[in-house]
Design a protein. Structure first.
Length: 266
């Protein structure tokens, strides 16, 4: 069988080496990320202490949510809600409107919301935070289901153009806000991980803390400003979303302490 010319053999070798080079570079990036995450992790006793403190704060919110849900079910339109929305909407500056729309936008597009959850889950899995990845995905899914159930139970209509300006129309029921619950489940869990699991001033830790905190804090006002929800819808979502986040953190800490899908640190 005749041999290939030397230049063709070299081309074949180069083509074969390209996938191998890509695989090696990818593996180096993943290993580097794993080492950086491992180095940033706080001691286990400190992690547990921080986490339990957060759980106590989250648990106090459950009773308040129950009272609020009963109240808005009995009184779908509250004068204080109308007043708050009108105060929010007094400032019609374009820059403010664009910011409020941008904050809410990821929650308006299911593909983006789902994509963020999947992407974060994959990244956590690749850096060997597998328990964290599973809980993040499960928490986001359960939060969505719980929100739908609560809306059916409370059955509160959304704000109407007769009472306030509707800058961005939304369908469905109003209490509690689905955006707020979803953002708390996703961004709130990532923020909590940065607080209780990692230490130091790594650029990625600081960036994630700022971004996640901004989304959690601003999503509530954005829903009111756009006329999609009443203030009490937003408050209820923060309350029940905080409780759900607290339960997820308690479960996470319990499983991690037992070494499920992770190595317990000394």
């Amino acid at each position: 069988m005749p041999q290939k010319p030397v230049h063709e053999q070299e081309q074949d070798e180069e083509q074969q080496s390209v996938p191998q080079t890509i695989q090696e570079n990818t593996q180096e990036v993943i290993e580097g990320a794993q080492q950086e995450v491992q180095a940033a992790q706080a001691p286990w006793y400190l992690t547990l202490k921080r986490g339990r403190l957060l759980l106590v704060l989250y648990a106090l919110q459950l009773a308040l949510f129950g009272i609020l849900a009963w109240w808005v079910h009995s009184n779908p339109v509250l004068p204080i809600d109308v007043t708050i929305t009108r105060e929010f909407q007094e400032n019609q500056a374009p820059w403010l409107k664009y910011i409020m729309i941008a904050v809410s936008y990821p929650g308006n597009v299911p593909l983006i919301s789902l994509g963020l959850v999947v992407l974060a889950g994959v990244i956590l899995w690749l850096v060997r935070l597998r328990l964290e990845a599973i809980i993040l995905v499960a928490l986001s899914a359960f939060s969505s289901l719980l929100n739908g159930l609560l809306k059916i139970i409370v059955a509160r209509p959304r704000p109407t153009g007769r009472l306030v300006d509707i800058l961005q129309a939304a369908s469905g029921l109003s209490f509690p806000s689905g955006h707020v619950m979803a953002y708390l489940a996703f961004w709130g869990f990532l923020f909590s991980l940065c607080i209780i699991l990692f230490k130091g001033k790594s650029w990625w830790r600081i960036t994630l803390l700022i971004v996640s905190a901004l989304f959690v804090v601003l999503v509530g006002p954005s829903r009111i400003y756009l006329g999609d929800h009443w203030a009490s819808d937003v408050l209820g979502a923060y309350l029940i979303g905080g409780v759900l986040l607290g339960v997820a953190l308690w479960l996470y800490l319990m499983l991690r302490e037992r070494g499920v899908l992770s190595r317990k640190e000394n």
